[in-house]
Design a protein around this ligand. Structure first.
Ligand code: XMP
Length: 517
């Protein structure tokens, strides 16, 4: 394993992903973890991430010098680089010479371990206030910028390396190459980690955990629960039963896709619970977004628990014990909840399968080491249909939070039609991979005057909210081609009764969120 020491901000996750893209397994650890504990994990290398602090700030995270003396190769980036410099006796000054964004880097030792085979002039992504003016003893300076005399240093003997910039971001043109040079050349690691390994490992682990007992899995139609279920199915076959709660808030064709395509490609036991009436009744008269979310979350748990109880009761006759619950928890969820820093509750996220604490089941979480793109690769390798594996994110509360106003059957049907048209046209235009997702929102409480045929109309607007994003934490509105927007608009207003206007949301996140509620 390669450890990525997290000094804050969002860099550590990206670094861990890049390491895995280099086919080396990585894990993130907090900078507060004692060095002895890090070393006890037997890391093949350690990477120090960037962070928001200045090494001179009071309370800025520090590092025990022992980390550099354990014989484990270390690569410091940005804050990690400066920390390495100061800890080992180099000089970092608060010069006021700031560099932010794309910066030209001058490589002064072209054949070095890090820079071998990369251009002498390259573009890198900088974000720092302090600057390193002298490398620690025993280090060779291998790059600089117009502002910073020491932008990279290397000590091949001790296997210690550092760069002032962020090689993990795509704007650093040779960043991935430099990271790989550290891993393969500096640390001597063989790239061998693949999703195939993950499947093999997980199948063995699931079999060992579950034994001859039975497991239940909630399917939402999303990628994560589908891949988790397929993986568990591969491991324990008919000992797994999946539950799909049809809350009536899904998009057109989605329930059928789970019922048919997913079952066909995995052979899984599926129990579909039709709870549409129940959700509609519970949502009647409610337009407040948070109330809607809470109701949907609560009803979901009730229905799921009931289905679960039925499965347990059915298996009691056979003397088998249903003791496990499968969840599609991903690595970022683990890192984020482990981070535990109090982020503001913007919306109460309802994760399908997000179940109460007094659960009598043991959890099976086969994706807890994986990032989203890796989950997709695993899904593909397990033979799941493309439509499931490449599915864009869709919120647990479904269309319930895409109707601004009360949720009714008629409004859901209307929105389903509009959404299906938008999706169809985006797919036809080949834009699915380009956009992160495109919520289609019905402003049910708004009406405007229009004219259609010979008469006046008084209908509702539909909002298109196409966004681009890397992680949904921030997003920008997608600049879709006008012809595609025109086609969607024409089709929705022509084909969907009661809609006489289509509008485009041109707000980034922040200040907007991706969904409207
Ligand atoms: P927001 O609207 O907060 O959405 O910018 C960020 C991402 O999360 C999705 N989302 C949800 N996903 N349960 C989910 O599983 C939820 O309750 C939920 N609410 C929003 C949203 O679609 C976007 O991808």
């Amino acid at each position: 394993v390669v450890l990525v020491v997290d000094f804050g901000a969002q860099y550590a996750q990206l670094i861990a992903r890049r390491v895995r893209e280099a086919r080396v397994y990585s894990e993130i650890v907090p900078s507060t973890m004692p060095v002895a504990e890090m070393l006890a994990k037997n890391p093949k290398a350690i990477i120090l991430s960037g962070g928001p602090s200045s090494v001179y700030a009071e309370g800025a995270p520090r590092l025990d010098r022992a980390l550099f003396e354990a014989g484990v190769p270390v690569f410091g980036m940005c804050y990690g680089f400066q920390l390495m410099a100061t800890t080992l006796g180099g000089t970092v000054d608060n010069t006021g010479a700031r560099e932010y964004g794309r910066t030209p880097l001058h490589v002064s030792k072209a054949g070095s371990t890090l820079f071998e085979g990369t251009p002498v002039e390259q573009s890198v992504w900088m974000s720092h206030g302090d600057a390193c003016s002298a490398a620690p003893e025993g280090f060779t300076v291998t790059a600089s910028t117009d502002v910073v005399p020491v932008a990279a240093f290397e000590n091949d003997e001790k296997k210690l390396y550092g760069v002032q910039y962020h090689p993990e971001v795509l704007h650093s043109t040779h960043g991935q190459q430099i990271l790989e040079h550290f891993l393969y050349r500096g640390a001597g690691i063989e790239p061998s980690w693949t999703t195939g390994n993950v499947i093999e490992e997980q199948v063995a682990a699931i079999r060992a955990q579950v034994g001859t007992k039975r497991a239940v899995c909630g399917l939402s139609g999303g990628v994560d629960s589908a891949v988790a279920a397929a993986l568990v199915q591969k491991a324990i076959g008919s000992q797994l039963t999946c539950v799909y709660v049809d809350h009536g808030l899904m998009r057109k064709g989605e329930t059928e896709q789970v019922e048919k395509d997913f079952v066909a490609s995995t052979g899984v036991n599926l129990k579909v619970v039709d709870a549409q009436e129940r959700f509609l009744t519970a949502l009647a008269g409610v337009s407040d977004p948070e109330t809607k979310r809470k109701i949907i979350g609560r009803e979901f748990i009730r229905v799921f628990e009931q289905a679960q109880a039925e499965i347990v009761a059915e298996s009691a006759g056979t003397g088998e014990d249903v003791a496990f619950l499968v969840q599609g928890t991903l690595y970022p969820d683990i890192v984020e909840s482990g981070g535990g820093t109090g982020t503001a509750n913007i919306k109460s996220h309802h994760n399908v399968g997000g179940l109460p604490e007094d659960l009598e089941f043991e959890l099976v979480e086969p994706l807890r080491q994986l990032f989203k793109d890796e989950v997709r690769m695993v899904g593909q390798e397990l033979g799941l249909p493309e439509e499931i594996v490449q599915r864009q994110p869709f919120p647990g509360p479904g269309l319930g939070i895409r109707i601004v106003g009360e949720v009714t059957k008629e409004r859901l049907d209307l929105l389903r039609e509009a959404d299906a048209i938008a999706r169809e046209e985006l797919t036809a235009a080949g834009l699915d991979r380009e956009i992160w997702q495109c919520p289609v929102v019905l402003l049910a409480d708004v009406r405007s005057v229009g004219v259609q045929g010979d008469g006046r109309t008084y209908g509702h607007p539909i909002v298109l909210r196409p966004v681009s994003s890397e992680d949904a934490m921030t997003a920008d509105w997608s600049r879709l081609p006008y012809e595609v927007l025109a086609k969607i608009s024409t089709r929705i207003t022509n084909e969907v009764a009661d809609v006489n206007r289509v509008v485009l949301d041109v707000t980034s996140k922040p200040p907007g969120t991706i969904e409207w509620e």
